[in-house]
Design a protein around this ligand. Sequence first.
Ligand SMILES: Nc1nc2c(c(=O)[nH]1)N[C@H]1C(S)=C(S)[C@@H](COP(=O)(O)O)O[C@H]1N2
Ligand SMILES: [Mo]
Length: 221
Amino acid sequence: MADDVSLTGKVKAKLVATKQAWARDGRLLTGEHGDPEHDRLPPGQTLVKDWPVLDLGVQPTVPEAAAGLMIDGLVEAPQSFDWAALQAMPQGEWLNDIHCVTQWSRYDNRWTGVAMPELLALARPKPEARFVTMESHDGYTTNLPLADLDRPDVLIAFTWEGKPLERQHGGPLRLVLPHLYLWKSPKWLKRITLVAEDQPGFWEVRGYHHRGDPWAEERYA
Ligand SMILES: Nc1nc2c(c(=O)[nH]1)N[C@H]1C(S)=C(S)[C@@H](COP(=O)(O)O)O[C@H]1N2
Ligand SMILES: [Mo]
């Protein structure tokens, strides 16, 4: 699968160092606990109208022929969906708000894609699977409790606002997981591995929270 993928750009070492320092210093923390029932903006966040691009600086070009998703690890039936298989799954539409730990939030993003529980159900998680690690074409990794992935509001997205997802935002496919900070939503996703023990990913080993609930300001570990 990865053979057709070309990488452009190089890792932004300065951005990584800055974000690591934020985690060390506990930057942006307000100490408030937001209430999603009454508020729309989580504590410490700023609303933006445009859609910022945030990544390590290495943006892969993934042709549809090379795009797909593997679901493996602690599952009864490991899956390897190619692009056509993903398109053949039941498609849905979602509208949600997204929240990046570097402080911006963006309201009313309209996506189409496939609901994550539909894909996980085909793989049939084993009872001992409690966490996932996710891997992308740029080498990025992040981790989650399986329960946070296996929700009907979590999707593999192919379009945004009616257009194919742009490469800079993770096209041709990315995860969209709106209830946690956006670093838990890998762009250019290629693999989800179910595991028994939590395994920290790229930002989590650099001081970021293992779960990342924006309402509880779970920015840092
Ligand atoms: N593959 C990959 N996915 C990633 C990242 C990354 O560097 N590589 N950055 C994360 C971070 S920190 C954020 S805030 C969002 C940004 O998504 P956007 O660029 O579409 O706004 O992608 C997340 N997913
Ligand atoms: Mo982010």
